[in-house]
Design a protein around this ligand. Structure first.
Ligand SMILES: C[S@@+](CC[C@H](N)C(=O)[O-])C[C@H]1O[C@@H](n2cnc3c(N)ncnc32)[C@H](O)[C@@H]1O
Length: 293
């Protein structure tokens, strides 16, 4: 896939499992079971990017924010001779991935964040899908510094992550829902942990940490969900406002998601009952490590 600013669009038809979405998440912590059930969309995006990575013979790959191991599995398939280390700070995610790869000698899983992992031996490639926007802004330079330290000279960094949805129907629906009198009070203490970068901001940070950028840009990620319920389940596992609500009360969570989905249908001018479309920009950066920092 070629990445150009705001140009490449992919249409993916998803067949999501219809399973109860309400898990037992805590504030901003990950529920690996729920993610495994409803995170297929992230998997398809990672697959599209991984299939376009160079054919080089890589022997060591680091998957930063490996989650349940979906991206790790895609890397193992793409590079059958490589060993893959997955790191993730979430115990729930690491437990899930450990179970998944318990018999696979090519995989090593470690409970670390990007900011605190230093490997004994450098990697040929560092890959990260849908994880870097969860790193606090002040920690990002350290995370990238460590990623650089963990890469051999000339090694590849490939990352894909969410970007701001400002101007898109979903953000309008979210803003409308958050300003609803019913929810204003509930969110008074909430702080969204996600950090979104523009292409220029992220280019700047990468260059400062000694990376040479091969490609950087957004692609417009357009998908069709079979129903509003499938879209709701997918949104429910990453939207931090909804994860915050799960720990407040099951009733408030349900009410919030009902209103949010209703507002989304209105803002995106869609009629309920038919397949539901979704669109967002995703930031992709491919870079090479050039200097030791
Ligand atoms: C949306 S999941 C993506 C999982 C997987 N890469 C995939 O594509 O399915 C985001 C993951 O990022 C992890 N994460 C959050 N903060 C992180 C950090 N500072 N360093 C590394 N991973 C982090 C979370 O624990 C979570 O498992």
């Amino acid at each position: 896939m070629r990445v150009k600013n705001f140009t490449v669009s992919i249409a993916v038809f998803l067949q999501l499992l219809i399973i109860d979405a309400c898990g037992s998440g805590q504030n901003n912590s990950w529920d690996s079971q729920k993610y495994a059930r409803h995170g297929q969309s992230q998997m398809m995006d990672a697959q599209a990017v991984i299939s376009q990575l160079p054919d080089d013979k890589l022997s060591r790959i680091l998957d930063v924010g490996c989650g349940t191991g979906t991206s790790t599995q895609l890397l193992l398939d793409r590079y059958p001779q490589a060993e893959v280390t997955g790191i993730d700070p979430s115990q729930s995610m690491i437990n899930y991935a450990n179970h998944r790869f318990s018999y696979n000698r090519r995989v090593q899983l470690l409970k670390f964040s990007a900011e605190d992992y230093i490997a004994e031996k450098p990697y040929d490639m560092v890959f990260s899908s849908f994880a870097l926007h969860w790193i606090p802004k002040e920690s990002m330079p350290l995370a990238l510094k460590n990623i650089g330290r963990n890469l051999r000279n000339g090694g590849i960094l490939c990352c894909i992550f969410s970007s701001s949805k400002v101007g898109l129907p979903f953000q309008r629906a979210l803003d409308k829902t958050l300003s609803d009198r019913c929810f204003l009070k509930l969110f008074s203490k909430f702080k969204d942990p996600q950090v979104f970068y523009t292409v220029d901001e992220f280019r700047c940070i990468l260059e400062k940490e000694g990376f040479f950028i091969n490609e950087i840009g957004y692609f417009f990620n357009k998908k069709t969900y079979l129903s509003i319920e499938s879209l709701r389940k997918w949104v429910g596992q990453w939207l931090s406002y909804s994860r915050y609500l799960v720990s407040v009360s099951h009733y408030e969570y349900k009410k919030f998601m009902d209103v949010l989905m209703k507002n989304y249908m209105t803002e995106s001018k869609q009629v309920s009952g038919s397949p539901v479309t979704w669109g967002e920009y995703v930031l992709i950066a491919k870079a090479k490590k050039t200097v030791d920092k």
